[in-house]
Design a protein around this ligand. Structure first.
Ligand SMILES: *Cc1c(COP(=O)(O)O)cnc(C)c1O
Length: 385
């Protein structure tokens, strides 16, 4: 098995080797690494719910009642009152009849897409869809077609040429996870209607962040009820762990009966359900979290523009393009030396030649923190050419 060493060596040379940072503690937007505090711009915990006293307490209470693990898959004996309650809460939160919870967002995508389409069907997606969607589309055995990022003419072309398939499914991220831009959902919904295709939207980064009430990108765009399959995660703004799909009662019942990633895996720990439910309550009760987050987004956008970065920002995810993987890594290291954690995102997460820094903003970032980020970026600006 020499290829293992060879491949690892090759990755190292290309600047593509990956090793995790070891986090020793978390204090608001700060993380401790090697005994030192770093200001983090790398977390999807947008609303600070991962460390909120109420989510922590809800999890602790659930552990007292149910224990830590659920002990079985959902359809055997792993479904507790908390799973049921969370699914109702998610259905209501998303303005849908029902919802189903999976142990991760990744599994929600695989479990749903593979249950909806198979051989004889076609699944169509944006080129920059999240890896879990891409894996799901491949695994489904349906014919899998991609269109260039947000290219609606190309999508329409594929729809025109695919009328003979049994079922057609269009699937897209709502907020693209490494570019931070929004999919043209209004157009996608319109095209799907015109050509009789099903629609599925992955709102992992929209849930809790977009919309007047934090319900996500569909609320933001006035499209609630217009998408067949609404996928989301409990792992980003909700600050925990898990994935879900919201939709019609029939869709949810179908997935409960047909989705392998739901059936053949151990249920999410009840404590994760309790914490997610408390997270939904906090999103509803404390809109200031979302408002502060968006103020932070505007502040950083203005700061970057003032520094001469030609940038358009649509979400708390801010990509700063460096193109070459080694350079992205180098700039990320320079920022790390200044006490800032800003990850370099490289292939295969992003296409070749589009390596970047990925800044994510959180409600816990104070103005002084954002100024530190802007000053540090200004100082390393010469690397961005
Ligand atoms: C993070 C993410 C997922 C996967 O969710 P997990 O809960 O981390 O498994 C799926 N889709 C998108 C767009 C994501 O950003």
């Amino acid at each position: 098995m020499e290829f293992l060493t060879e491949e690892l060596h090759h990755l190292e040379e290309m600047g593509l080797y990956r090793r995790p940072l070891i986090i020793e503690g978390v204090e608001g937007p700060f993380v401790v690494i090697g005994g030192k505090r770093y200001l983090s711009f790398s977390s999807n915990n947008y609303l600070g719910l991962a460390g909120h006293p109420r989510t922590k307490e809800a999890a602790q209470r659930a552990i007292e009642t149910y224990g830590w693990g659920s002990g079985a898959s959902r359809l055997v004996s792993g479904t507790t009152t908390l799973h049921e309650a969370l699914e109702s809460a998610l259905g209501a939160f998303k303005g849908q009849e029902a919802a189903i919870v999976f142990p991760t967002g990744y599994m929600a995508n695989v479990g749903t897409i593979c249950a909806l389409v198979s051989r004889g069907d076609i699944v169509i997606g944006d080129r920059l869809n999240h890896a879990s969607i891409v894996d799901a589309c491949r695994q489904s055995e349906a014919n899998f077609r991609v269109y260039p990022h947000k290219d609606m003419d190309k999508l329409e072309g594929i729809l025109k040429r695919s009328s003979l398939y049994r079922r057609r499914l269009i699937v897209t991220d709502s907020v693209f996870s490494v570019d931070g831009d929004l999919a043209p959902l209004t157009e996608i919904v319109e095209l799907a209607k015109r050509y009789g295709a099903m629609t599925m939207v992955d709102d992992a980064h929209g849930t809790g962040v977009f919309g007047k009430r934090g319900r996500g990108a569909l609320e933001h765009l006035g499209l609630e009820g217009k998408v067949d399959v609404q996928m989301g995660t409990l792992s980003k703004a909700l600050g925990g762990m898990g994935g879900f799909v919201a939709g019609s009662r029939t869709l949810i019942e179908y997935l409960r009966n047909k989705s392998k990633a739901f059936i053949y895996t151990t249920a999410l720990p009840p404590a994760a359900c309790a914490a997610a439910m408390e997270g939904i309550r906090l999103i509803e009760e404390e809109p200031w979290r979302r408002e502060t987050l968006w103020r932070n987004v505007s502040y950083v956008e203005k700061g970057l523009r003032d520094s001469g970065f030609n940038i358009r920002i649509e979400s708390p995810i801010i990509p700063i393009l460096l193109r070459e993987a080694r350079r992205a890594l180098e700039v990320s290291r320079m920022l790390f030396e200044k006490g800032l954690l800003v990850p370099a995102i490289r292939p295969p997460t992003v296409p070749e030649g589009t390596s970047r820094l990925r800044i994510s903003l959180m409600v816990g970032h104070e103005q002084g923190h954002l100024d530190r980020l802007l000053e540090a970026l200004e100082a390393v600006k010469d690397s961005f050419h």
